[in-house]
Design a protein around this ligand. Structure first.
Ligand code: SF4
Ligand code: SF4
Length: 420
């Protein structure tokens, strides 16, 4: 940690890519070194790219704001001339130190994020001038209290009955309070015009990522699910990323299926977010005959399905309307998640649904009953629930269950062909 490599690049441990990047030495811009037509290679260095971007921004006097949930509107932070950075932890190594303060029986995402905090091992967290959190699940809320003992933090109160008549007014008021907090904390003015500009940038990013994801609707998708997952950044609105998204769409859109069909089993993954470094279950699925054509979670389509109205008279209300529609399991009821799943199954035509649940994630775990019922009873496709944490100790067991699921799918497909 802390050493410069010979060629002055940020040094990331290849054996453990979820480790935080090493502090950088003065180096040329990565953007200049990167071949322009290699979007996959570009996003393969996402953490390095973000580290360099955030360091440059900070050196130029911009503020860094850490976020830990998709309910936090990045637009408001960008409108305060600050850089929003995702701080969610995906490293198993950060869990033992976190358990010195937190109960072992807690979601690994929360523990890993907190482990980075007490180890001071996430350079983005160390750079952060403010952390914006929100009242989502109980584990996160209580973890934030501990983190706030030593870090500047602002917590948004998220209404959890999204269809209640006063929910929207309350959420809009929370976002207005955040705007005031950002203005006071950073001594800036957040104007409607700046918010609209930030909405434009985020809408563009959502459109580009959506367009890439939609390529997976093909019967011969040009990407794997893992490759698609790589196409996102811990920092939004980086113009070099936009160039690479555009390049990728151009590159992969031209690949024709020529009426061929990918022989792998098409999978829709749902459930908890798979943050950087925590992609193990996706890798198991795709190394055992599956192709993840759709991910509805917060690291997939969920936050990018809808845009914000750029022309709205009240841009904060427009933000509130978009973000309150996010179908997270912390909401009650969360019928919109089932509605979204129905649409995604129709569009992406998966042959099965695999739900990932981080251990001790009560809300997604309870909701899995409804998702299973939707998949098996209403949509008529097999469903598998995988509950795990960041440790690879159960990988062989998960692989066996995935193989059994794919065998069932193949058997059903054979029977359908015979009877048609
Ligand atoms: S799953 Fe829910 S709590 Fe987690 S990042 Fe998404 S919206 Fe936030
Ligand atoms: S995965 Fe579940 S328990 Fe973990 S942070 Fe998200 S909602 Fe909370």
């Amino acid at each position: 940690m802390g050493k410069c490599s010979d060629d002055n690049k940020i040094n990331i441990d290849a054996a453990n890519p979820c480790n935080p990047p090493q502090p950088s030495c003065p180096s040329e811009s990565l953007a200049k070194k990167q071949p322009q037509n290699e979007p996959l290679a570009w996003f393969g260095k996402m953490i390095q790219n973000c580290y360099e971007y955030a360091s440059d921004a900070k050196a130029k006097g911009k503020r860094i704001v850490g976020i830990m949930c998709e309910y936090t509107p990045r637009e408001l932070i960008m409108a305060a001339d600050a850089v929003p950075v995702c701080l969610c932890g995906g490293s198993a190594e950060m869990i033992p130190p976190a358990e010195e303060h937190l109960p072992a029986n807690l979601c690994p995402l929360i523990k890993s994020t907190y482990g980075y905090h007490i180890q001071k091992a996430n350079p983005f967290l160390e750079m952060a001038d403010l952390i914006v959190a929100e009242t989502t699940c109980d584990g996160k809320k209580k973890m934030y209290e501990l983190m706030a003992e030593t870090r500047p933090m602002y917590v948004l109160e998220l209404p959890q009955k999204p269809t209640d008549s006063d929910a929207m007014a309350h959420w809009a008021s929370e976002l207005r309070k955040l705007k005031t907090k950002l203005e006071n904390h950073f001594g800036v003015k957040v104007t409607d015009e700046k918010i609209r500009q930030a909405i434009g940038v985020m809408n563009r990013e959502r459109q580009l990522r959506r367009e890439l994801a939609e390529l997976m609707k093909s019967q011969l998708p040009p990407l794997t699910g893992r490759q698609l997952l790589e196409f996102k950044s811990n920092i939004s609105g980086i113009s070099a990323d936009f160039e690479q998204y555009t390049e990728a769409i151009k590159l992969f859109k031209t690949q024709k299926d020529n009426f061929r069909r990918d022989p792998r089993v098409r999978v829709l993954m749902t459930g908890v977010p798979m943050v950087h470094g925590a992609e193990r279950v996706l890798d198991i699925i795709e190394s055992h005959g599956g192709l993840v054509v759709c991910m509805d979670n917060c690291t997939g389509l969920k936050p990018i399905l809808e845009d914000v109205d750029e022309t709205a008279k009240d841009p904060i209300l427009a933000l509130a309307e978009k973000y309150l529609r996010l179908p997270c399991s912390v909401m009650t009821r969360n019928d919109r998640r089932l509605e979204v799943l129905r649409n995604l199954v129709a569009e992406y035509r998966p042959q099965c649904v695999i739900e990932l649940i981080w251990q001790a994630c009560i809300t997604y775990d309870v909701e899995s009953y409804l998702v299973k019922k939707l998949a098996e009873k209403e949509l008529g496709i097999p469903y598998l629930r995988v509950e795990t944490d960041y440790s690879p100790s159960d990988s062989a067991r998960i692989a066996l269950r995935v193989e059994a699921l794919f065998e069932t799918v193949s058997q059903e497909t054979r029977e359908q062909r015979c009877s048609s």
